[in-house]
Design a protein around this ligand. Sequence first.
Ligand code: ADP
Length: 540
Amino acid sequence: MSRNAAEMTAGIAPGPGPGRIAPGRHRWHRLLALLLGAAVFVVDTYTDVTGAIAVLYVLVMLIASAAFSRRGLILLTLACAGLAVLSFFLSHGDGADVSAVVRCGIALAAIGITTVLLLRDQASKQSLVAANTALARSETRYRSIFEQVRVALWEQDFSEVRAMLARLRQQGVRDVAAYAREHPAFARDCARRIRTMHVNDATAELLRLSSPSEALGPIERFLLAGDPALPAVLAAVAEGSSRFEGRAKLLAADGQVLTVLLRISFPDEADEFGRVVVGMMDVTEREQLQQTQLAAQAELARASRAATVGALSASIAHEINQPLGAVVMNAQTCLRWLGKDPPDVEAAVRAAERTVRDGRRAAEIVQRTRGQLVRDQRNDEAIDLRALIEETIPLLETELSAHAATVVTRLAPSVPPVRADRVALQQVLINLMTNGLHAMAETGAAGRELTVSVDGPAAPDAPEVRVSIRDRGTGIPDELQARLFEPFFTTKRGGMGMGLAICRSTIETYGGRLTARTHEQGGAVFEFALPADQDTAQAS
Ligand code: ADP
């Protein structure tokens, strides 16, 4: 609704409206019309005045028109016309001359034309009243929505700014937003010229004002200097956009900086820019929450990077522990052989060779872990798992004898190779066998035996190699099943809880899977399956 319409509506709403006259005045009009009608009739009938006196009935109708309805006006017309004709017959009888007839005719025509004009005028006044009433209702509806809605609504006068921006464009400035950014004084001037005419209670609440009237006037004091929203709004006005949507920073009365979502609907007509409705929604808390979430995510990422580094060092420590233990053990053995009298050089050389072998393995482990960290190339090769197991068992001889345990192997005669990193797979085997030894140590039972089996594909459509390591230990309690492979999960005093996590991730790296269960006859069974290396299998 335009401001003009609103003003017009404000003028008519409480009163009788244009074209309407208060009932008291109707009576006077009617009386005056009656007296004037009677006077015209007397003069026309009983005096010698020869002019077209009956034409004066037009005055009667003009005076009475405001006091009569449409039907009343028609009846009044008929009455005036009747009096004019009656007067004609009373004053002329049968001997009327032509001029008297013409005068009577002119009077009747004047009365008729006046009636038509008055009826038309009445009809247009009535439709104007109806339109204004509708306008008033619509304004009332709009006002009540404006006041009651929980969204902050502002009515702002953009007319001055619109004119300023039009002049700016005439001067050749195309990118108004950039211009406003580069000329802060101009932007400030614009902000001073955008005036708030009306706001609802929600706006007062948003701006922490005690009453909506405190928000009226230039919007400048609520804007945050340098906020990109104002240049964007100015550009929208300059480009004749029908609406603007965006985010803005506002300064509340208590000094708090608010983030609001902004929606402005611009009118089509230039003269309606005096009443532009601006809607705002406070999203400060939502934004703060998002920022807190982002900060938490960043913190989490940092923590998880730290945890990865921690896990990696734990992994190196875990993996390297076993070969280092073997190095120390073999070196001590070597010293013992050399310390004998006479020294057993041959045995000492064998022990020294084992020391070198274990030392090399430790170096390889470090190298592989570093490779994982920097994701460099893996040394994948075709591996016969049966051969790898045969090679690995001697590496555990120190632990085996310390635990008084033996290893039994059950190796299928024909097994396809798998493609993997040799050191990594060897570590998996060592980890699983060492865990088996530990589990059997806990039971303290005699007959400690590890059974390591290698089987070929279970079915032709599942070309994989299966390895199982069975011990005669405690088995795996149901409640621990799910947690076994979690990093840092351990039930051992001094345990690190990394062994199984590393084993599973290694096996999965090569497309396999590692599972654990308790054997029907006691003890745990750890099984892993790796896809057969098809290329090598076919070539051989
Ligand atoms: P750690 O050996 O340092 O505890 P692991 O990841 O190798 O770490 O093992 C995690 C846990 O899984 C062990 O603490 C143990 O409770 C359980 N576990 C591993 N292997 C066996 C097994 N062969 N028999 C029974 N429990 C086992």
